[in-house]
Design a binder for this molecule. Structure first.
Ligand code: NDP
Length: 608
């Protein structure tokens, strides 16, 4: 995309939709790149050390050669929830395999200072009622969530037979034996009747593909592999070894927002390299009120989770139970706001009127965020560079109460790359606009692979019936029935963001997927089946449904600033989140699954 010749003039005093559209288009054009997700480097080969585990010492063990009924690949929340629901459904012989040294997935890896979940803990941390646990705060910090993952694994006996520090290398279907053979980098050979594959939607760190990325000789790591031996301190901060260091951090996404205040507090000098400013809103965290916790009635967590997904899914609710920034934005910028406006006008609105109305509401919402930035950042020029110019929901919403104030510190400098990113790295620094910023350490808060091929993200290929490779079958994007099963890959369930209901609260979606898989497998076990597989016809229909349902979402992102949500502006990328999420929204998707189960006919799934 070429830049308009002239940048839009200064912001008019009153709302001018033409100016806003022009400004957003101008900023988008600066950031659009033809290489889209190809701009990032995979952390393999000479970059593989960026994915090494700094947290758990490697323990040698003998290879395993055995058989299990259910193998779960991945030990993150999605896997733990599925394993628990299967255990409850009567499956005892379950083994979890994961590369990490313990359970927790994203919460195992992301231990950067300040790591905190931006979804309310009471709906994000699963099985609170079952485990009689109440989180300490409204938004839980990483260690508490990690401990909770361990609590789940211990309570449901999921460590039994598990293989941690183990990377699956291949998975092959044996049609004669009706079993999978799974091999690992530890020389294991496991036969499994059922396999759940859950690599996590954001698990593989990525690096920017900038010239000289390999020439930097200072210390460097990715935020998901925080090196406390270098920085000192721990997840609560106290990075005392950085006192005399010049530190650079690349990125200003959800991760960077949380660790930058700690880096600012401890580093001798901090450079924050920004490509696109984040629209940072109020967090409003607080400790859990014990009286409120004591007043909760049985079933409260499920009710709260469902309520949040309904509200953030744009459907409104009589009572907004969570009532935070997520639900506020949804209530202001989706269906309920339109209904209110129609009531106010006393008449129905055309599609065009609705679009104009929502665009203006979005502008107001962004203006609130922009004014907040201006009120918190003292230096005018820095505040100006921190202003985000895109629609509110173009990026994942961000909230923080200390990030912006960090730029008021004398030792912190915002280096704005004006949408272009870093020019290059040198032996001892970072070059932006021909200025070299010398740093002792460079931290990449550059996120995770999202819209690359599924098997690349999983880290291994799957060979199904007749030698069909998943990488070939899904070369143009996932092909599934309900996001969970794929024809020619019997007894295999995909537990990620593949043609499924996507919602801000990942845990809710994981719960619904787990419930559905448990139902199917219970039926399969009751029928004494050996094989459970999606029919080709059902899969084709679901692929078609997904293609039709995602059109509107793609349209919404057509004028957005690029991000991982839209595959860096490549909205037609078949592996994008836009293609992966059912366009009718998560609630409608869960209803589809519920109706399917209620019919009791297993339509579209063959049990042999
Ligand atoms: P993101 O992908 O959101 O952010 C990556 C950052 O790196 C962006 O600011 C991006 O800029 C920047 N970047 C990429 N390439 C370059 C370059 N060449 N030069 C300069 N800057 C560059 O990753 P995060 O780790 O921040 O977050 C990923 C996701 O993880 C979140 O959106 C969320 O889903 C999850 N997360 C959730 C949390 C939670 O509380 N539940 C907390 C933290 C993360 P640009 O914006 O221009 O692309």
């Amino acid at each position: 995309m070429t830049l308009p010749e002239q940048a839009p003039g200064p912001q008019p005093e009153s709302y001018d939709p033409e100016w806003v559209r022009e400004k957003y288009a101008y900023e988008r054009a600066k950031r659009l790149r033809t290489d889209a997700v190809g701009q990032f480097i995979e952390v393999t080969a000479e970059f593989s050390h960026y994915a090494d585990d700094p947290y758990t010492e490697f323990v040698e063990r003998d290879p395993v050669d055995d058989e299990v009924q259910v193998l779960v690949i991945g030990a993150g929340l999605g896997s733990l929830i599925a394993a628990v629901r299967l255990r409850e459904a009567g499956f005892d012989d379950i083994r979890i395999v994961d590369k990490a040294g313990d359970v927790g997935g994203t919460w195992y890896w992301n231990r950067y200072p300040g790591a905190q979940c931006d979804i309310e803990s009471y709906i994000y941390m699963p099985m609170l009622e079952e485990l009689d646990y109440i989180p300490q705060r409204r938004y839980a910090f990483g260690p508490e969530i990690r401990e909770h993952c361990v609590r789940i694994a211990e309570h449901y006996d999921l460590y039994r037979n598990s293989l941690l520090q183990t990377v699956v290398t291949e998975m092959v279907w044996d049609d004669g034996a009706r079993k999978w053979t799974v091999t690992t980098d530890r020389g294991d050979r496991i036969r499994a009747t059922i396999v759940l594959v859950s690599p996590g939607p954001l698990s593989r760190p990525k690096l920017p593909g900038i010239p000289g990325i390999n020439s930097f000789e200072g210390h460097t790591f990715h935020t998901s592999r925080w090196d406390y031996s270098y920085t000192g301190g721990d997840e609560t901060g106290g990075l005392d070894r950085l006192r005399d260091k010049r530190v650079g951090i690349v990125g200003t996404g959800a991760t960077a927002l949380q660790c930058i205040p700690h880096l600012g507090e401890w580093a001798g000098q901090l450079y924050v390299f920004q490509r696109t400013p984040a629209a940072v809103d109020v967090r409003g965290d607080r400790p859990t009120d014990p009286e409120w916790a004591a007043s909760l009635q049985p079933g409260w967590q499920r009710e709260r989770m469902e309520n949040f997904t309904q509200v953030t899914g744009g459907m409104g609710a009589d009572d907004d139970l969570v009532g935070d920034g997520w639900t506020q934005v949804a209530l202001e910028l989706t269906g309920p706001a339109v209904m209110k406006e129609m009531e106010r006008r006393g008449t129905a609105m055309s599609m065009e009127e609705i679009a104009d109305f929502l665009f203006e509401e979005d502008f107001k919402s962004m203006e609130r965020v922009r004014r907040r930035i201006e009120s918190l950042v003292e230096d005018r020029e820095t505040a100006e560079r921190l202003l985000p110019w895109y629609k509110r929901q173009c990026k994942r919403l961000s909230f923080h109460d200390a990030y912006l104030q960090t730029f008021n510190r004398d030792n912190v400098e915002l280096v704005d790359t004006d949408g272009r990113g870093l020019n290059r790295l040198t032996r001892d620094g970072v070059v932006v606009d021909d200025v070299e910023y010398k740093v002792d350490a460079l931290i990449f808060a550059t996120g995770f692979e999202v819209a690359t091929n599924y098997t690349r993200r999983a880290g291994f290929d799957i060979t199904g019936r007749g030698g069909t490779r998943l990488s070939d079958k899904w070369a143009k994007g996932p092909r599934t029935f309900h996001g969970l099963q794929s024809h020619d890959f019997p007894n295999c369930f995909f537990l990620g963001y593949t043609q499924t209901g996507i919602a801000p609260n990942y845990v809710h979606t994981a719960e619904e997927r787990a419930r559905h898989v448990a139902y199917i497998l219970k039926e399969w076990a009751n029928q004494g089946g050996a094989l459970v597989e999606a029919d080709q016809e059902a899969e084709d229909e679901w692929v078609q449904t997904m293609a039709e349902s995602t059109v509107m979402g793609k349209q919404f992102f057509a004028d957005c600033t690029p991000s991982y949500l839209d595959s860096e502006g490549d909205t037609e990328n078949p592996d994008s989140l836009l293609s992966a999420g059912y366009g009718g929204g998560p609630v409608a998707f869960f209803e589809i699954l519920e109706k399917w189960r209620a019919a009791g006919t297993m339509e579209g799934v063959t049990v042999e």
